[in-house]
Design a protein around this ligand. Sequence first.
Ligand code: PAF
Length: 268
Amino acid sequence: MRVIETREDLYTDSGDARRGVVMTMGALHEGHADLIRAARDRDEHVTVTIFVNPMQFGPQEDLARYPRTLQADLELCERLGVNTVYVPQVADVYPRTPVVTVDPGPLGTELEGSVRPTHFRGVLTVVCKLLRITSPDDAYFGEKDYQQLTLIRAMVADLDLGVTVVGVPTSREADGLARSSRNVYLTDEQRVAAGAMPRALQVGAAMGSPAAIESAARCELAGLEIDYVAVRDPDLGPPVLGTGRLLIAARLGTTRLLDNCAVHLEAL
Ligand code: PAF
């Protein structure tokens, strides 16, 4: 496995192998391992990027204390058969402060965007740059960050970026809590309370209309500070009959938890 810090060192030896990329901010867990395994199954050369992207953090957010576990991350990548790990400094990704950035459009201001107004501009800009830098055939993202995945799919389609975006199902703890690098912030007591997140999805998904789904999920989340509970269509437009998506975000202390699942809508 090669560990490199500069973009010039990518692919000195990959020939015309089919390439997959898994973009991460490090603090890797079993959810990232699932993304890497999905890439291993489909691609001959797998690159993992580890880069805590300053542009996607707001001024009051956790950039400085975001968990950094590089040695353990590299060991996991090695065990999973990753070919290249790209661990750039900020200047390798942003040789200058970008003047032109990727506009996430109206969806970028809703749901997560209503709480984190500059977040998706930062995410799409770095994902676009990392796609250009790593030039993969396939790029893997978790369904856990469903709005991020939806916006990345839209960017790749609308800007003709010529890469296949593969969504990978959410990896969960034994009680159903979605795995996230930020779960390490939870105290023992908060970790128990966080079990309300998967339960809210479960009770919500048993209902058949947006109003019933939202009210059942909100009841289950009563002990948390709710940012939003929303039912949308699978592309995050207004809900329609048939398949939909339930998305929830809530806070326990200073830790924000996100989750989502498919739902079936029999009434609107
Ligand atoms: O999902 C993440 O970890 C980040 O938003 C990503 C896609 C690596 C961009 O920094």
